[in-house]
Design a protein around this ligand. Structure first.
Ligand SMILES: Cc1cc2nc3c(=O)[nH]c(=O)nc-3n(C[C@H](O)[C@H](O)[C@H](O)COP(=O)(O)OP(=O)(O)OC[C@H]3O[C@@H](n4cnc5c(N)ncnc54)[C@H](O)[C@@H]3O)c2cc1C
Length: 243
């Protein structure tokens, strides 16, 4: 029987936890009004919520972006490495720290698409549509991925047992391996990320992201929307374009 700690485990989901935040609609109002109302701006928000909604909508519509930067959200994310490769392309307004494959032995957790994941790509580059796979295709994906992951992780273990450094042995591990990271952003940088990494009918500029990064984006959006409902509603209303 295989050792539990080295037996590959397979996941079809991603995890996104908001671990720290200082983010509220009032931060946007405060920043926007400080030039005219000074320190009175927070009081004004509480006194006149309707006016605050109007101001946030105006800022979003006219793309006055900087008031949306005075807040912070830190997410702990577990997702496959291929998702992080896409994620780390987002440079502005983001800070990242990811687990190290040099300093610790990587856990054998691997991504296998779930039954709801559409498998077949149709259309032209940039505007692909995905349609359901057949049960046979799902079976092939699951069995091929699991076999490849088992082989790769076995070879990784073999090298570690032979005294090879983790940073050398990890070269055999595939991009379906799960990693974890802290990602910190503000509402403006998050909106830019969401505009590119979600596919929505109401987007003024449609995007066609890979489903797995979209799964991460959707969980981030839910948690952000709970913190900043007026800002989120304005983002939706104005075509999901970052200001
Ligand atoms: C559907 C999709 C498909 C993709 N396909 C590919 C692909 O095939 N190959 C590939 O390599 N990448 C691909 N990407 C990644 C894409 O090119 C961007 O790297 C990624 O979306 C991050 O966008 P960004 O640069 O706008 O974000 P950020 O890096 O967060 O930048 C935010 C904004 O800041 C400004 N900015 C940041 N840095 C600079 C700079 N150096 N100069 C000027 N302005 C700057 C820009 O206005 C930018 O929009 C794809 C992305 C998506 C969403």
């Amino acid at each position: 029987m295989s050792d539990d700690t080295t037996a590959p485990r397979f996941r079809s989901d991603v995890t996104v936890d908001l671990v720290r935040s200082a983010a509220a609609d009032s931060d946007v109002i405060w920043a926007a009004r400080v030039s005219t109302a000074g320190e009175q701006s927070l009081e004004a928000l509480q006194q006149d919520p309707e006016k605050s909604t109007g101001l946030i909508n105006f800022l979003m519509r006219d793309r006055h972006g900087t008031p949306f930067e005075h807040n912070s959200m830190t997410f702990f994310i577990s997702a496959p490495i291929f998702v992080f490769r896409e994620f780390h392309r987002h440079r502005s307004g983001w800070s990242y720290n990811e687990e190290s494959g040099r300093y610790r032995e990587l856990e054998p957790v691997f991504y296998v698409p779930g039954e709801e994941r559409r498998l077949v790509q149709q259309g032209r580059p940039g505007r692909y549509e995905f349609v359901e796979g057949t049960p046979e295709q799902h079976k092939t994906v699951t069995s091929s991925m699991e076999a490849a992951y088992r082989e790769a992780y076995g070879r990784y273990q073999e090298m570690l047992e032979a005294g090879v450094a983790r940073e050398v042995a990890r070269a055999v591990l595939p991009v379906g391996l799960f990693s974890s990271m802290y990602a910190t952003c503000n509402a403006r940088s998050l909106m830019h990320f969401l505009s590119l990494r979600t596919k929505r009918e109401n987007s003024a500029v449609p995007s066609f992201p890979q489903r797995e990064i979209e799964m991460v984006a959707e969980r981030m959006e839910e948690q952000w929307a709970a913190l900043m409902p007026l800002t989120h509603a304005a983002f939706e209303k104005h075509g999901r374009v970052a200001p």
